[in-house]
Design a protein around this ligand. Structure first.
Ligand SMILES: C[S@@+](CC[C@H](N)C(=O)[O-])C[C@H]1O[C@@H](n2cnc3c(N)ncnc32)[C@H](O)[C@@H]1O
Ligand SMILES: *[C@@H]1O[C@H](CO)[C@@H](O)[C@H](O)[C@H]1NC(C)=O
Length: 227
């Protein structure tokens, strides 16, 4: 089991374990940040849980973007997809949003512990951690029920592109804002953007050069009869 998990994880990143200093950051048992005037310390567990248990650069860049204040978060109903360690959801909550922080079932205990450890008591009731596997059981989440959908580094598995799009379509109303922070690693990643553009108006709102991360903002297009 462990071996399978590690091989799968390695296939998801464009470098081999131990080959780059960048990866030692992922192997560290914690990662520290300061966002929204709070010191945050996220536990990481790459060996055991892989991609869902480390903080990816896209999450950091998304938090930087949220801190800029270009998107209104105060009182906003937000949902985070593929939250991993939960950094983005935590920062959105600290900036005033009510956030449903989601990921697949195996990631949830680790995610909940990180959310709990990093939010002061008075913010705990602004967040809910719950299971959302893209495309599955979407009826458990209100259709068009969110003002903001957040996703950091969630566009990387081609098999999930269609269910991820279905999830966005389900969650979004005509006024919902979707923010995706993306590392463009492979050509297929841009295929997702092309697919998204069939249903959403997509614009690049931020690019962080050092980490090579793009933030895209997407809003549902009015329903077209010819589709
Ligand atoms: C590269 S990690 C990014 C984690 C976090 N957002 C960050 O930026 O640090 C991708 C995340 O997507 C989640 N994920 C992958 N496939 C998924 C699916 N089909 N449904 C829901 N989440 C999924 C993984 O569990 C993982 O937490
Ligand atoms: C691990 O991360 C912590 C911050 O959470 C940092 O202080 C420490 O230097 C890092 N250790 C290594 C070996 O990179």
């Amino acid at each position: 089991m462990t071996h399978v998990a590690i091989i799968v994880n390695m296939a998801l990143v464009p470098y081999v374990e131990n080959s780059l200093p960048a990866l030692s950051k992922l192997q560290n048992s914690s990662a520290q940040f300061r966002f929204a005037n709070h010191d945050l310390r996220l536990a990481q567990d790459w060996k055991k849980l892989g991609v869902a248990a480390v903080v990816w650069d896209a999450a950091i860049v998304m938090c930087m973007y949220l801190e800029m204040g270009k998107v209104d978060l105060n009182g906003t109903l937000a949902i985070e997809l593929g939250a991993g360690t939960g950094l983005v959801g935590i920062v959105a909550a600290l900036l005033g949003a009510k956030v449903t922080i989601t990921d697949r079932e195996p990631a949830l205990d680790f995610l909940s512990a990180n959310v709990k450890a990093n939010l002061p008591t008075d913010y705990q009731r602004s967040v809910v951690v719950s299971e959302l596997t893209w495309g599955k059981g979407l009826e458990r989440y209100p259709s068009s029920g969110f003002d903001l959908v957040l996703g950091a580094d969630i566009v990387y598995l081609e098999d999930t592109f269609v269910p991820l799009l279905q999830t966005l379509e389900h969650l979004c109303s005509d006024t919902t804002v979707v923010l995706l922070a993306c590392k463009i690693r492979y050509e297929r990643d841009t295929n997702f953007l092309s697919m998204l553009k069939l249903r959403f108006k997509v614009e690049e709102v931020y690019y962080e050069k050092q980490r090579d991360i793009y933030v895209y903002k997407a809003c549902k297009l009015p329903h077209r009869r010819d589709l």
